[in-house]
Every structure is written in structure tokens, then in C-alpha cells.
Design a protein around this ligand. Structure first.
Ligand code: THU
Length: 130
């Protein structure tokens, strides 16, 4: 877990967040133990930016990993922050009860199951109910 926290913290330092000044780092461990990181990358055309968590998911999937084991998030906020709604939806596609751990640069931490953060999700199975 320390390695995941270090990876998330390091990714946070690489965030490109000149507009919000809210830097986020994410470390995503996949089923075989490999770790993929992401940071938020903002854009002057604001909606074009992407969150740290989705960056990490994209990196894992592009490397051939769809089995997600745990996600660690790091920010500089006062309180640990959960993933945003869009990221919850992207995560639930691959890991409906993903273990999520969020911590801050000052040491505060929180844990959630994605199942609690996103109850009654829309999933691939939802498409089979036509
Ligand atoms: N952000 C993330 O990277 N992850 C989240 O789950 C919430 C928000 C980023 C998006 C934007 O660059 C900045 O934080 C402020 O919203």
C-alpha cells in the first residue's frame, strides 16, 4: 500500500492543473499487481481536461489490463476526496466494488467501496435489457 501511495503522490506532482490549482494523482493496481498512474491534465478549453483516475484507467486498459484491484488517490485538499461522478462511472465498468483509498498530502485518509459511491450503476448488463 505504501508503494501505491508513493506512486499516487508522485503522479500528483506531475498534474497539469493551471486553471483549478487542484492537483490529483491516482495509482491503480491491476489484478496481476502492476500499477498504472494518472494525473489530472487540464486544458484551456475547459471540458477537454481529464481526471487523474480516468487517466490511470486508460493507461491500464491500453496495456491490456481490465481487472482492477484497488485505486489510490492523492490530493492536497484538507479532506480526502472521492472520485468524481464521471470517474465512478468509468471505474464501475471494470470493477463494480473497487476498493478506493484516498489520502491527502497532510496525512488524512478515507476508504470506500465503489459499490457505496455509485449505487444502482448503469453497467454493460444494463444494455441487455432492451
Ligand atoms: N479531478 C480529478 O482529477 N479527479 C477527480 O475525481 C475530481 C477532480 C480534477 C479535475 C480538475 O482538473 C480538477 O481536479 C478540479 O476539478
Amino acid at each position: 500500500m505504501v508503494a501505491l501511495r508513493d506512486a499516487a503522490r508522485e503522479a500528483m506532482t506531475r498534474a497539469y492543473a493551471p486553471y483549478s490549482q487542484f492537483r490529483v494523482g491516482a495509482a491503480l493496481q491491476v489484478a496481476d499487481g502492476a500499477v498504472f498512474v494518472g494525473c489530472n491534465v487540464e486544458n484551456s478549453a475547459f471540458p477537454s481536461g481529464i481526471c487523474a483516475e480516468r487517466g490511470a484507467v486508460a493507461a491500464a486498459v491500453a496495456a491490456g489490463h481490465r481487472g482492477l484491484a484497488r485505486l489510490v488517490i492523492c490530493t492536497e485538499a484538507d479532506v480526502p476526496t472521492p472520485p468524481c461522478g464521471v470517474c465512478r462511472q468509468v471505474l464501475v465498468e471494470f470493477a463494480p466494488s473497487l476498493d478506493i483509498h484516498s489520502f491527502t498530502a497532510s496525512g488524512a485518509e478515507a476508504r470506500w467501496s465503489l459499490a457505496d459511491l455509485l449505487p444502482h450503476p448503469f453497467t454493460p448488463q444494463s444494455l441487455h435489457h432492451l
